[in-house]
Ligand binder design. Structure first.
Ligand code: UD1
Ligand code: CA
Length: 459
């Protein structure tokens, strides 16, 4: 929307989180809390100012890729009022309405803020404050109104009397101000309160005291303005966000058997008619094609999965690509840098790392395939191991198309197996095998007749 600049307050430490990490860096549905209000700001305003302070460098790292964002440093955390005051220079060239968002509001929706801006403009008032009626208002600033229902001030919880604590209308931490009145009022607040802070919320009292009307918009769904102060808030918001994401996928034609016990990160894409079984987590920048069957108990991270893939129980897949029709698991571990080609099968207790498994190839049981290039239609027998590490360096194993690898084979890399070869079960392969050959390295079997009887002196 035109003529809106957004200020996001993200300097606080988040004391109540009891964390080494700044509050806005904690994740909800796989991305930092700060990204949520930031996304709203990106959609609705031309200029964005983010106030950073505690762990400023880490917070800045999240933001630096965007030219629309200005960063303001609050060196001493003197309160939300002080934080906004410091944006004055960054907003010097801006003329219009300023939207202020607390940085710890991950559940707020763009649509809601758009409605708030519309209401603000319709009223033509200098200030619009977003409020909500909370079942349990603990932790929030309370809205104090006079007999005519006119908003007089906001009372912070720490400064509220028992009676005031009973007020259920709360300040959501979302404000719209005409720029001139905002900075005028910020010059008139003190820090004479229980926390010794400059409260942004005190400017509401200042402005209403001047006789200006404070316009309020009450959100219909108070869940949306849940602020994150504690780990319990974090967990609650995570489950609300998770539910929203699941709803969206279900609307788009994905079956999620048990949404409450399925976790899909914000940026994940899933094709229609895929089925996600319970206790599965799909994380990071993963994408799943149509007609896939995932889970139960599967974890997929930063992985691209093609159409019609089946990922069976308790498999873990990270940073890889799985092509259409492949079947993975149960109990498979696909580690970063792997490419599982069309229709390939990776079975139980098989670990694949940084390897390519060709079209239609199979490694069905108990194997380690690391730094391997495996061709098409290869059969990897149970217990095959690529010995890729000599204690210092990693080496590659290359296996040509159509090779049959017998069970319990070790490939001592670097080693190359030519097309169509056979590797006898139980072999330790240390040298390259030419195409079409049988390689066998186990010792000849010896049978000693009557040995048991003699040795044990038994009849
Ligand atoms: C604030 C409001 C409260 C409201 C609630 C809504 C104030 C004084 N109180 O309380 O009325 O109901 O949000 O969730 O504003 N921050 C800074 N610099 C600072 C202090 C805080 O940038 O010096 C940032 C924090 O990083 C956070 C935001 O401001 O993102 C809000 O601070 P927080 O301490 O969470 O305020 P609340 O106590 O929740
Ligand atoms: Ca808060």
């Amino acid at each position: 929307m035109k003529g809106i600049a957004t200020v996001i307050l993200a300097a606080g430490k988040g004391k109540r989180m009891r964390s080494k990490k700044a509050k806005v860096l904690h994740h909800i549905a796989g991305r930092p809390i700060l990204f949520y209000p930031l996304e709203v700001a990106m959609r609705l305003s031309g200029a964005i100012v983010v106030v950073v302070g505690h762990q400023a460098d880490s917070v800045k790292e999240l933001l630096e890729r965007n030219a629309k964002i200005k960063i303001v440093f609050q060196d001493q955390l003197l309160g939300t009022g002080d934080a906004v005051k410091r944006t004055k220079d960054a907003l010097a060239d801006f003329d219009g309405d300023i939207l202020i968002l607390n940085g710890d509001l991950p559940l707020i929706r763009v649509m809601t803020i758009r409605d708030v801006i519309r209401a603000h403009r319709q009223k033509g008032s200098p200030v619009t404050l977003v409020t909500a009626i909370m079942e349990n208002p603990a932790g929030y600033g309370r809205i104090s109104r006079d007999r005519n229902n006119r908003l007089i001030k906001i009372i912070e919880e720490t400064d509220a009397s028992e009676q005031e604590k009973g007020i259920r209308e709360i300040n959501a931490g979302i404000y719209l101000f005409r720029k001139d009145i905002l900075f005028w009022a910020l010059g008139r607040i003190g820090s004479d309160n229980r926390q010794g802070e400059y409260y942004l919320t005190d400017i509401i009292g200042v402005i209403s005291g001047k006789g200006e009307e404070i316009n309020t918009v009450s959100v219909s769904d108070p869940e949306e303005v849940t602020g994150i102060n504690t780990r319990a808030d974090l967990a609650r918001s995570e489950s609300i966000m998770r539910r929203r994401i699941a709803d969206l996928h279900m609307q788009n034609g994905v079956t999620i058997i048990d949404p409450a016990n399925t976790s899909i990160d914000h940026e994940v894409k899933i094709g229609i008619d895929s089925i996600i079984y319970p206790y599965s987590r799909i994380e990071g920048r993963s994408s799943i094609g149509e007609d896939c069957i995932i889970g139960p108990h599967v974890r997929i991270r930063d992985t691209l999965i093609g159409k019609g893939v089946e990922i069976k129980d308790a498999s873990v897949i990270t940073g890889s690509r799985i092509e259409p029709g492949a079947v993975i698991g149960p109990f498979a571990h696909i580690r970063p840098g792997s490419l599982i080609k069309k229709g390939a099968k990776i079975g139980n207790f098989v670990e694949v790392k940084n390897s390519r498994i060709g079209t239609g190839s199979k490694a069905n049981h108990l194997s380690y395939l690391g730094d391997a290039k495996i061709g098409n239609e290869v059969n990897i027998g149970a217990g095959t191991i690529t010995c890729n590490y000599d204690g210092t360096k990693k080496y590659e194993t290359t296996i040509g198309d159509g090779v049959f690898v017998g069970s319990d084979t070790q490939f001592i890399a670097p080693v190359k197996i030519g097309k169509g070869s056979f590797i006898g079960a139980g072999s330790t392969i240390t040298e390259d095998v030419p195409p079409g050959s049988l390689a066998l390295s186990r010792a000849q079997q010896v049978n000693k007749k009557g040995w048991v009887k003699k040795k044990r002196c038994v009849e």
